[in-house]
Ligand binder design. Structure first.
Ligand code: UFG
Length: 362
């Protein structure tokens, strides 16, 4: 009896704090409780680089989390003891349906981050991307409908925009993906929109710019396998896993000739997922927003800062341009500020590099 009374008091206090926060300035640090307290969330792809940071964020907010991952690129070391883990594949309908059905408490929401993401590979092997990214998502959507889960946060990408027609890129920018990976993300956004209309699925599509960095509290240390993105390549070179890195072109129309990108810290992205889920539940409305830092750094700037932060020489040679690289990409996040109250907090270059170096130097 006494324990029940204490739990009831605790719940009431949390509800009061949550109500207060909803009416106050909406940006939160991770320790602040979210609007929807104690939800049960299925995080598909939760053992991956971004997925594990997202899982940590939801756990920190007091939610129950189940991670569903086939570990094709996700890592066991990215799992947390507080979250249940199901080793399964979204390409197997019965497996994903079983995961949604077998939970002790019904799931309130799904966060979907299970996708292949190498743009170059997607052009050479589109079938792999069709099957996993598109057909896998159809399985998730159908299983969600069958089990009555109608809130989905989806990790989309700025790759849906393709070659920028103007910068900073806002959500009204035309969506003309330049690679098949971007096409799969756009197709999934379209599927979500149809399932919203036909099956009352509410979704948040989060168009990430260049995800980078590691948990600022040092709780995640899983290294990405065979990375192709700039920051992990720089880190692998700094710690001696690679002899030398390549700078793909220094003849772009930018201040130093190298490409400019908008790097956003994974902890910021993770907070964006929690805020987006709160938004769609509170407003009963779907959402498509950019998540970026709204700053642009060139490859040379990133490399020079990494040399300073790590104290390592980081050998680099300039090679030809990589196919499909636009000169400059930066986000406008006015919509995510307005609707979610979200703003990147940890996405300065030093923090991005320092938090990565903490993981790679070991
Ligand atoms: N780069 C190098 N050398 C490398 C790796 C990258 O010079 O070894 C350069 C690239 O040419 C580019 C910049 O660093 O100019 C960033 O390249 P990344 O591969 O890290 O990232 P992209 O901008 O190509 O793409 C990333 C994600 C996409 C996402 C996009 C959104 O990989 O999934 O950001 O902006 F869509």
């Amino acid at each position: 009896m006494e324990i029940n009374a204490i739990l009831a008091d605790f719940l009431l206090i949390r509800i009061i704090i949550a109500c207060f926060l909803v009416n106050s300035q909406p940006y939160t640090e991770s320790f602040i409780l979210s609007y929807n307290i104690d939800m049960n969330i299925l995080i598909i792809g939760g053992a991956g680089y971004i997925g594990s940071h997202v899982t940590r964020e939801f756990l920190d907010r007091g939610h129950g989390c189940t991670v569903f991952d086939n570990l094709s690129s996700g890592l066991r070391e990215n799992l947390f003891s507080e979250a249940k883990f199901i080793h399964g594949d979204i390409n197997d309908y019965m497996q994903i349906l079983g995961a949604m059905k077998d939970s002790a408490a019904p799931f309130d929401a799904i966060v979907h981050l299970a996708a292949f993401k190498a743009a170059g590979e997607s052009m050479l092997n589109p079938a792999k991307y069709s099957k996993n990214n598109i057909a896998g998502t159809i399985n998730i959507l159908n299983a969600a409908c069958e089990t009555g889960i109608n809130n989905i946060v989806f990790s989309s990408s700025a790759a849906v925009y393709g070659e920028p027609q103007y910068i900073p890129i806002d959500e009204k920018h035309p969506t003309l993906p330049e690679n098949y990976y971007g096409f799969t993300k756009l197709e999934i956004e379209r599927l979500l929109s149809w399932y919203d209309k036909l099956k009352n699925i509410r979704y948040a599509s989060l168009r990430y710019f260049n995800a980078a960095g590691y948990d600022v509290k040092g709780r995640l240390k899983g290294l990405e396998q065979n990375p192709a993105n700039l920051l992990p390549v720089i880190m692998e070179t700094a710690c001696g896993m690679r002899k030398e890195m390549q700078i793909f072109g220094n003849d772009y129309d930018t201040k130093d000739g190298t490409c400019i990108r908008d790097y956003v810290h994974v902890n910021d992205l993770a907070v964006g997922h929690a805020m987006a889920l709160d938004y769609i539940i509170k407003n009963k409305k779907s959402l498509t927003v950019n998540l970026g830092s709204e700053q642009g750094f060139s490859v040379t700037e990133v490399l020079e800062t990494a040399r300073t932060v790590t104290g390592q020489p980081i050998p680099a040679k300039i090679t030809g341009r990589r196919e499909g690289d636009p000169a400059k990409l930066t986000a406008s996040c006015a919509l995510s500020h307005e609707l979610l109250g979200w703003k990147a907090q940890h996405s300065d270059l030093e923090t991005l590099i320092k938090t990565s170096w903490e993981v790679y130097k070991k």
